[in-house]
Structures are given as C-alpha cells and as structure tokens.
Design a protein around this ligand. Structure first.
Ligand SMILES: NC(=O)c1ccc[n+]([C@@H]2O[C@H](COP(=O)([O-])OP(=O)(O)OC[C@H]3O[C@@H](n4cnc5c(N)ncnc54)[C@H](O)[C@@H]3O)[C@@H](O)[C@H]2O)c1
Length: 302
C-alpha cells in the first residue's frame, strides 16, 4: 500500500491530491488543513472525483497518528494571497516559517519515518527548516526545488524550437526564487547544445520568457497549480516507485551547506546522490549568488 499525506490543501495541495489519485500513484491519502470547512469540501470533491473509476484511493480522515506509516508527506501549507502585488517568494517566509515551527514537532511526535517533500515557499529555506526542526535525516527531506522552473524553461525552449518539451534536456539551478538561473550549458535538443544554436543575447531573452511563465499564470489565476502539481507528482512517483530518477529537487548540498535546487537521484530511501556538473564561469557566479541568497534567507528564519 502506498500512503501519502498532504499538509495544506489549498490550490496546490488539492490539485496535487487529484493528480496523485488520477495517475494511480498512491493507494491511500490523508489531508490536513487549518480551514476545516474547506478541507471537508476537498475530501468530498475528491471522493466524487473517483466515482466510476476502475481504481480507488482510500481517503483517510485527518489524524496525526496516520503519519506513523505514511510513505510520503507533502508540505504545501501557506497563503498564496501574500503574493498579490509582490513577486518575490521570500515574502511568504514570515508566515511559512511559523507554519513549519507549528508542524515540525507534530511530524516528529507522530513517528513519521517516510520521505518529506516540501513545496511551500520560499522552497529551499522552508525545506531546510523542516529538516532542522523535524530532525529527520537530510536525505529524507527535500523540496520540489527547480523542477517547476526547469519545466518552464523546457516550455519556453520547446516553443522556440517547435519540439516536444520532453525532448528538451537541461536544468534551471539554484533558489526556487529570484536568484535562480538557467544553466544553459546543460540544455540540449536532440543532443545538440543550445549554446551552439543561439547567441548569448538570444539565450538571455529566452531565459526572460521562461521566468515570465510563472507570473503569466499568477496574473490571471492568482495562483499556480497544474505545473507544480505535475512536477510534485513526478517527484512522489519517483520516490514510491524507487525509480532512481534524476530530478532538480532542492536537496542538501554538502559542498554549499544548504538546500538548493540541483539534480539529485531520487529513490524510496530519499536522495541517494546529488550531482554538480561543470558550470561556465558566468553560471558559477550565478550559483554562488543564489547560494548566498538562500543562506541569507535562512538566517532570517532562525
Ligand atoms: N515550490 C513551488 O514550485 C511552488 C509552486 C506554487 C506554489 N508554491 C507554494 O505552495 C504553497 C501553497 O500554495 P497555494 O496556492 O496552494 O496556497 P493557498 O493559499 O491556496 O493554500 C494554502 C493552504 O495552506 C493552509 N494552511 C495555512 N496554514 C496552515 C497550517 N498552519 N496548517 C495546515 N494548513 C495550513 C491554508 O488553509 C490553505 O488551504 C505556497 O507557499 C506557495 O507559495 C510553491
């Protein structure tokens, strides 16, 4: 039985719940949220959403004791309205650090032994605080990191070259936030480095398009949900299927002494290896800047 739990069932948590159910990734699901009415509605709707389906995911009432045998716990609590008129994910930290401080002791006391995956922003710092305050091994706590940003880069590149987005390889690295950057040296289409096909100016323009992707979604909807739910579901699936997929999650970088989005091998035991490929001098500078940004944000959350 593959059991998942989600803390924070707003736009992201509810979309992820439905994605996990409809893709047959899990067998059992427990949901937690402070808004009881909303939570009841989500349970009801998720039940309705399964009627007449061949398979069925057992929806379990919120109870901390359920965490003891939960395989994957997803943290997506927050308040997206904080971003109205503010485009920096750092803005949410004053609230989300408190939600972490509330939940970490509960997670610890529950006897949870599974994998903790964080989505809540600012993703890297919240992930690090969750690890520090739960005391869970670093390899069993990680964030969605730059998976969504890498997807947005693939979206932009796929349109420019008229190819399927899955045919674009490569990574966005660093903070899931303003200091992230596309590691163009890693991006390839059909095995051909993109740096051989576009000039530096053209790459910068394309990076702007990729970055703007999230804010285009935010502007009209007031939140983003499908992109992150897709990426988070892929991460959950990589854990539960123990498929050793390499994903740009926010995992602990020993060399940088913080959580940061970079490629890592994901398995049922958590992160079993992380990868630091060779960056250009320009990219290296951006990496250092992103690490400094994350460390500064982390220091404000203590
Ligand atoms: N990492 C990413 O790529 C990515 C992408 C999109 C959104 N996010 C982040 O995900 C989080 C959720 O986004 P959203 O759009 O669903 O926000 P939302 O405001 O729609 O939902 C947040 C939910 O968390 C609940 N919540 C708040 N405090 C809680 C607590 N103490 N305990 C339990 N539940 C609590 C709220 O009641 C609400 O239902 C935000 O931090 C957002 O910035 C991250």
């Amino acid at each position: 039985m593959k059991k998942a739990a989600i803390i924070g069932v707003g736009h992201v948590g509810s979309t992820l719940a439905y994605t996990l159910i409809t893709r047959n990734i899990i067998d059992e699901l427990v949901l937690f949220d402070t808004k009881e009415d909303q939570l009841l509605s989500e349970y009801n709707d998720l039940f309705d959403g399964q009627v007449d389906r061949y398979s069925y995911v057992k929806l379990i009432e919120p109870d901390l004791a359920e965490l003891a045998d939960t395989d994957v716990l997803i943290f997506s609590a927050g308040d997206i309205t904080i971003f109205e008129g503010n485009s920096d994910r750092f803005a949410e930290l004053y609230l989300t650090k408190e939600i972490v401080e509330e939940w970490a002791p509960k997670i610890k006391a529950s006897g949870f032994k599974g994998i903790l995956i964080n989505i809540t922003n600012p993703c890297d710092v919240v992930t690090q605080r969750l690890q520090e305050l739960t005391g869970l091994p670093k390899e069993r706590v990680f964030g969605t990191g730059t998976t969504l940003d890498s997807a947005r880069m693939k979206h932009a590149v796929s349109k420019k070259f008229n190819v399927h987005p899955s045919s674009v390889e490569g990574y966005v690295l660093g903070e899931h936030g303003e200091s992230q950057f596309v590691a163009w040296s890693s991006v390839r289409i059909g095995g051909v480095p993109i740096t051989e096909m576009l000039s530096l100016d053209e790459l910068e323009e394309l990076e702007g398009v990729a970055r703007a992707g999230g804010w285009i979604t935010m502007r009209g909807k007031g939140y983003t949900s499908f992109g992150i739910a897709n990426q988070a579901a892929l991460v959950v699936e990589a854990v539960l299927n123990n498929n050793y997929k390499i994903l740009p999650v926010s995992s602990y970088s020993e060399k940088d002494q913080c959580y940061v989005g970079h490629p890592a091998k994901v398995a049922v035991s958590g992160i079993i290896n992380d990868y630091h490929f060779t960056l250009s001098d320009r990219e290296n500078q951006k990496w250092r800047k992103s690490i400094e940004t994350i460390k500064f944000m982390h220091s404000t959350a203590l």
